[in-house]
Design a protein around this ligand. Structure first.
Ligand SMILES: NC(=O)c1ccc[n+]([C@@H]2O[C@H](COP(=O)([O-])OP(=O)(O)OC[C@H]3O[C@@H](n4cnc5c(N)ncnc54)[C@H](O)[C@@H]3O)[C@@H](O)[C@H]2O)c1
Length: 338
């Protein structure tokens, strides 16, 4: 029997998720939700989707879908997810999971009480280079990780529209981009709990009421410290979105470009040996469709095998808690304990 999936939102990322669903066997793209009829009709026609709804409530009233991919502006994430979960529909929701940690907590409670699954699309967990690097870290190649450095920055570019309005987005570059670097670092070091967050955040490049610049220091309960930079419109980034470096007791690991740097085997002091797994040196300018395909395939597999997705609501909630703590730290100048 095939799984019937709906899409809420018909913008940039919804198209990527629809492409990912289209190539899966036993998945039917059944419905689309958008308050704008023209873009909804274009999306329905592009992906051959039979049913269109102006609201998620209308879709849920009609029924006929098993799952929904929610890809709307951030302020709609909580209400749309809660409505779908209450109707027993499995949800794959875009990041950031919610406008704040209180909303995220309510969504986790709703998922855990509903019997329906909630996955949060922290997509970098599905990238082949991230998975390769995690295997190296997990198998102890670089020893114990002491600290990480990660970047999620748009250079000389930034989004517009709802992304730059606090009431619609919740936050700026940190909530939009920084959360990728936070989640990637957390995933690579084994999903520890955050203990404290210190941050400096501001708006320097454009005139809007959200941030375009952030630096964070996160301490985790396994002893690792993560340094994270977030930004839009920055003049430079040390690496592409989600690029992460790990400093271990035995060596160094790096994502994008991906490889290891180990102490040199020669007698010469100061030398190192580079381990290059041979991934292509240039990454897709933004993010490869293959990563989103793997993510959608995992969501469908979790539904078919009835297992809790990871990243699920709890991972999404922790990331939003860190974002909230960072904004509070920047506002107060204090280290925020979690
Ligand atoms: N993981 C990633 O790589 C990635 C990339 C881009 C965006 N995102 C996330 O995806 C979400 C959407 O971002 P985007 O870039 O696709 O934005 P977008 O502006 O391109 O698309 C948003 C869509 O939501 C629709 N919409 C607005 N109100 C609606 C409503 N009430 N019901 C249904 N649809 C409604 C808009 O018409 C539009 O089609 C955001 O949360 C963003 O952070 C994730």
């Amino acid at each position: 029997m095939s799984l019937k999936i709906a899409f809420s939102g018909t913008g940039y990322i919804s198209k990527i998720h629809a492409k990912a669903a289209q190539v899966l066997p036993n998945v039917e793209l059944t419905a689309v939700v958008n308050h704008r009829p023209e873009s909804m009709a274009a999306f329905a026609s592009e992906f051959d989707i039979p049913c269109q709804y102006a609201t998620i409530e209308a879709l849920l009233e009609d029924g006929g879908v098993d799952a929904i991919s929610i890809n709307t502006p951030n302020y709609l994430h909580a209400p749309q997810t809660l409505a779908a979960l209450e109707a027993g529909i499995h949800v794959m929701l875009e990041k950031p999971m919610a406008m704040n940690a209180a909303e995220a907590e309510a969504m986790v409670a709703a998922a855990e009480g509903s019997g329906a699954l909630l996955m949060v699309a922290h997509c970098w967990r599905f990238h082949e280079e991230v998975l390769w690097l995690k295997e190296q870290v997990d198998s102890g190649t670089i020893g114990d990780t002491i600290r990480t450095k990660g970047y999620s920055i748009h250079v000389n570019w930034g989004p517009g529209g709802w992304f730059t309005q606090k009431k619609l987005a919740g936050g700026g570059a940190l909530a939009d981009m920084g959360i990728h670097a936070i989640d990637t670092a957390r995933f690579l070091v084994g999903d520890p709990q955050p203990v404290s967050v210190y941050a400096r955040i501001g708006t320097y490049y454009k005139d809007f009421d959200v941030d375009d610049t952030g630096v964070l220091i996160i301490n985790w309960d396994n002893g690792v410290t993560s340094y994270v930079e977030s930004g839009w419109w920055q003049p430079h980034s040390d690496g592409p979105e989600a690029s992460t470096q790990l400093y271990g007791t035995k060596g160094f690991a790096q994502l994008f470009p991906t490889g290891l740097k180990m102490p040199g085997t020669s007698e010469e002091p100061g030398t190192c040996d580079l381990i290059d797994p041979g991934f292509p040196s240039a990454r897709d300018p933004h993010c490869a469709q293959s990563m989103y395909n793997a993510q959608m395939a995992y969501f469908v597999d979790c539904i078919n095998t009835n297992r809790t997705p990871v990243p699920g609501g709890r991972e999404g909630w922790i990331n939003v808690k860190i974002v909230d703590a960072a904004y509070e730290s920047a506002r107060t100048g204090e280290v925020i304990k979690l």
